[in-house]
Design a protein around this ligand. Structure first.
Ligand code: TRP
Length: 405
């Protein structure tokens, strides 16, 4: 029995709302797996979000005066809640803030973890907004059994990777959820008073075997989406909050939007949601640092990246060179091509690779070599930026002083 289909004491099945689940696909905040490719249409319906339309992508470019991030144009950030409301605010010159987070479950982050943070950094530049980042170290103690001391260390190490994405220290506040004491706890009190065990059982499938940290976690992840939580950063409780996230995290914010009792002049948070970077072995899961499958870490050397891509990246190329030359590659399942959609910013180069490889003129070995070059460039640039994150840089990001909106 897992957390997604807990048995209630009456013996009836509880299917968790926060889990988009059927025989071949399970997606919830703590687990992502599928027997074949992840069906994002089903997730959109299940999590109650909308697809981002081409008209909205144009509108983002128009109101920001900046070219849209390739991940928007390529449908990687693909779903939203209330996006137009935030674009309206920006047009009217009214502030909103951006909130995202990271559960520091391991010392080294992997390249998939860059996706929400690089995109959040782009939002900061494009909209000029304040960014708050919750390091949910306590979440990992509750859900992954990490000792608090270890989780605290991972918070520091992972924060360096996040800072290396290029955030502006004057407009970014990073906090350890375990250690930060400057918040307005009344926000949590309201949320907790508004949350029954029946609600979290229905939402997440929790039962009597789940610990109190797990049972109460949703309030902790929701609270930073309300500006009242940060008395040093905001003097109002109605500064709207937009949350960039991977789609599995949507249930928290659906819950946050549905808080009529707790709501205290708060504004419903909006979300902008991404697809997962597929695992090297194929599209049925996301890249993970905790499973057994091969992972591309941000600490990897060029040689390690090369070896893992050559050995493990699932190929949509033909079974033999002959067949490949005749039929071309199946781009829809080809991991090197999918990774280039994430990491090759140049649309013309991506289109060239798709045409050549799709037609079988480019081989699997060739596309893998192109991908290796790209990943080595991304990872080594990241490592250089991370090495520049000194203790005083960290301290600047972990301070909530002088960042008032
Ligand atoms: N729960 C997320 C994780 O396990 C981390 C997180 C905390 C988060 N707050 C968030 C993610 C807000 C998106 C938005 O990684």
């Amino acid at each position: 029995m897992d957390a997604n289909a807990a048995e209630s004491s009456a013996g009836t099945q509880v299917t968790a709302d926060a889990t988009a689940q059927d025989e071949d696909q399970v997606v919830n905040p703590w687990e992502v797996k599928a027997t074949s490719r992840i069906d994002y249409d089903r997730l959109v319906t299940h999590f109650g979000v909308q697809r981002i339309t081409p008209a909205q992508i144009e509108r983002i470019a128009r109101v920001t005066g900046k070219p849209c991030h390739p991940w928007l144009r390529r449908g990687i950030f693909f779903a939203h809640q209330d996006l137009d409301f935030f674009l309206d605010l920006h047009e009217q010159g009214k502030p909103f803030y951006v909130y995202t987070g990271r559960g520091p479950s391991s010392e080294a982050m992997h390249i998939g973890h860059l996706v929400p943070f690089q995109f959040t950094k782009w939002l900061q530049d494009a909209f000029g907004c304040l960014v708050v980042i919750q390091m949910s170290d306590d979440e990992k103690c509750y859900f992954k059994d990490l000792p608090p001391e270890l989780a605290a260390r991972y918070t520091i190490e992972n924060s360096k990777d996040i800072i290396a994405c290029g955030f502006d220290p004057a407009r970014t506040f990073i906090f350890s959820n375990m250690d930060y004491a400057g918040m307005n706890k009344r926000v949590l009190v309201r949320l907790r008073a508004d949350t029954t065990f029946n609600t979290v059982r229905g939402l997440f499938g929790f039962d009597g075997s789940h610990n109190l940290g797990q049972v109460g976690w949703c309030c902790e992840q929701e609270a930073p989406a309300f500006s009242e939580y940060f008395p040093k950063l905001f003097d109002r409780r109605d500064v709207p909050c937009l949350v960039p996230l991977a789609i599995d995290q949507c249930p928290f914010f659906r819950s946050a939007r549905d808080r009529p009792k707790a709501s205290n002049g708060w504004v419903k948070p909006g979300v902008i949601a991404a697809k997962f970077l597929p695992a090297l072995e194929g599209e049925s899961g996301k890249m993970s640092a905790s499973g057994d499958s091969p992972t591309l870490y941000l600490t990897d050397t060029a040689e390690e990246i090369r070896r893992k891509v050559l050995r493990f990246a699932f190929s949509g190329g033909g079974a033999t060179l002959d067949e490949h030359r005749r039929n071309g590659a199946d781009l829809s399942v080809d991991v090197p091509y999918h990774y280039l959609r994430f990491f090759e910013d140049d649309d013309a180069e991506l289109a060239r690779v798709a045409a050549e490889y799709g037609a079988g003129r480019m081989t699997t070995a060739e596309i893998k070599t192109i991908l290796i070059g790209k990943l080595v460039a991304v990872v080594s640039a990241h490592q250089r930026a991370r090495a520049a994150v000194t203790d005083s840089v960290l301290a600047a990001f972990f301070s909530d002083e002088g960042k008032r909106v």
